[in-house]
Design a protein around this ligand. Sequence first.
Ligand code: MG
Length: 452
Amino acid sequence: MALFGTNGVRGIANEDINPELAVNLARSLGTYMGSKGTVAIGCDTRISGQMLKSAAIAGALSTGLNVIDVGPVPTPSIQYYVRDFADAGIVITASHNPREYNGIKLIAGDGSEFPRDGEKEIEKIYYSGEFSTVSWEKTGNFKTDPGVNEYYLRSIIKAVNAESIRSRRFKVVADTGCGAGSLTLPFLLRELGCEVLTLGAQPDGTFPWRNPEPTPEALTELSELVKMTGADMGAAHDGDADRIVFMDENGKFINEEILLAMMAKYMLENEKGPIVTPVSSSQRMADIAKDAGVELHWTAVGSINVARKMMEVNAVFGGEGNGGLIFPKHQYCRDGAMACAKILEILAGGKKLSELTESVPEYFNAKTKVPSIDTQTTMERVEFEASELGLKIETIDGIKIRYEDGWVLVRPSGTEPIFRIFAEAKKQGRAEELMQEGLKIVKKAEKASISK
Ligand code: MG
């Protein structure tokens, strides 16, 4: 069984993700690191966070690793800290998952997400049960560092034009959903001279205010409050605050693909260089890269793929269409608070958020999903069927079929026996049409692979 999914190890707390797993995963990491070095360990605001963090600390110390307990932190905050002060990191978080979940995610020494091949090695050690255990006098040193979030916020303030933001005295409503961003976002906004109103800003792992996933449906009060108070914008994090979404001054939710494109456009106005995004992202990114005369690199889905490619090509910006934006001058990982500071920097230029969202090209989407008995076999057949039809295909992740006026992406889900079909075009009707084309190909491929 694969231990690591797309985003670390996830499951129901104290059932799938229990102290034993946390101890042994930390022991596996220590074994992998040759019992040498320092690991920073933190958690989000989930109820089981302290329990799992304590177990991970014990496991790491037993292998001889030194441990810095960084307390409750947003994921990008511990990532920034690891880059500067540790050789690896462990963060106990289930990101946007519902309240009963928890998870464990590893961080590489440079602060980026742990590489897949490293995870594979650690998985091997984990299942072998052969952990390094040092003698009594060599168990690791332990200390705490309560200044991690402060350090992270200082660095963000330095990375933007804080003076111009402060001069505008923006009014911002922040909905941190009782998650880890409650510890950072309201204070960042204060430091940037904003008038700050908060919703769900008490750290609370029962998530009494809303689900950790910041969907438009979960943010109706945020929208209302923005309108009611005449705020310049609203901002909302997911549970571990690596992602962020925004409402414009009219309380309108900004589609994350538009957010991504808008930010790419702004970053390229200030510095020319390659940009990076997954194949699932909007064609808006390609239009913006073309207008700026820079290269766009498409990657497989997953923020780690985006971040690694960004390092490789020395990109100026990258991100996903889910509110996960990466600013390489700050760090190579999704960073919600950094994205918020950047949005304020853009607003300080004088335009309203609604005007900025209108400045990116318009596209329409359609999506559906379809069950599959054997996604792998069907996938091979999808490629065959598409090339039989003489279609222009890309196989970076799933199959992306490009047409003159749009595209459709067919991808097997990583966790369920289904295919996801996602289409985009300049007109809504055409997007629906392309989605149907994709669906037809998958159905045909599924039939052929069953009868084989
Ligand atoms: Mg997250």
